[in-house]
Write a protein that binds this ligand. Structure first.
Ligand code: FE2
Ligand code: FE2
Length: 247
């Protein structure tokens, strides 16, 4: 019987996890949808190996005191989209807060959880950036769906392609839009959407180091490293460091 793509992927993954000296049990969130979360998670056979309780050897090892840039290097895919948005923001002459917001706005998609990405990113960043920056990142998710002719922002063509021509935003997104529209920081979030490039050139490579100074001035890098400073979002950074930890 021919295997489905999912079965093949699972078989390959099984073979790979057999080679590890730890048993890996995935978080429900990683498989929800592919599997029905009302059913018990299938577990690898308990064959006497200890369970994964530390860094996953399949992932790049992170420094003991990771910086924001370490997360970009080891956990945030090629972050070209954010880097190019930040470069565009610099070119457009907006302030450093907007540039930083552009540089960080999609980190949840890049390395954490895609669904409600603006909210997750804001929460990850709140202890380390000016409130206005995390606020703009939280609300860019909603504002992206709503045009603002005053700054030449239209509904993204890409969204028509991605979500279909008749896509309607959910009520909580409409509420978030109305709230943000009337807020004193509206323009900060709006400028983020203006510089949020949705068609970008895959051949233009922007280096992280271009933003060393802006990050240095505007991101409060904890000396213990992100994940180990006891901040309200430290556990979220630790989860990105070791996403397969058993507990
Ligand atoms: Fe986004
Ligand atoms: Fe984006």
């Amino acid at each position: 019987m021919a295997l489905t793509a999912l079965q093949r992927a699972e078989a390959a993954e099984h073979a790979m996890s057999q080679e590890l000296d730890r048993i890996v049990v995935k978080s429900v969130l990683f498989t929800s949808g592919e599997r029905d979360p009302r059913q018990p998670m299938p577990r690898p056979a308990d064959d006497g190996r200890p369970y994964m309780m530390g860094p996953d050897p399949r992932l790049a090892r992170m420094p003991d005191r990771p910086t924001l840039f370490d997360f970009f290097k080891y956990r945030f895919g090629p972050a070209n989209h954010m880097l190019q948005s930040a470069r565009l923001a610099v070119k457009n002459g907006v302030g450093e807060k907007v540039v930083l917001a552009c540089l960080l706005h999609d980190i949840a998609i890049a390395g954490f959880i895609r669904s409600d990405h603006g909210y997750w990113a804001a929460q990850l960043l709140e202890p380390y950036v000016d409130e206005e920056v995390s606020w703009a990142i939280r609300y860019h998710q909603a504002l992206r769906f709503f045009p603002d002719e005053s700054v030449g922002y239209g509904y993204p063509e890409l969204y028509v392609k991605l979500f279909g021509p008749n896509y309607q935003t959910e009520p909580y997104i409409q509420d978030a839009y109305r709230y943000a529209r009337a807020h004193k920081w509206y323009m900060t979030a709006r400028l983020l959407t203006v510089n949020d490039l949705y068609s970008f050139d895959p051949n233009t490579k922007v280096e992280l180091e271009e933003f060393t100074d802006i990050v240095g001035r505007n991101f409060k890098q904890p000396k213990e490293g992100l994940g180990f400073d006891g901040s309200p979002s430290a556990h979220m950074w630790r989860t990105m460091i070791a996403p397969t930890k058993y507990l």
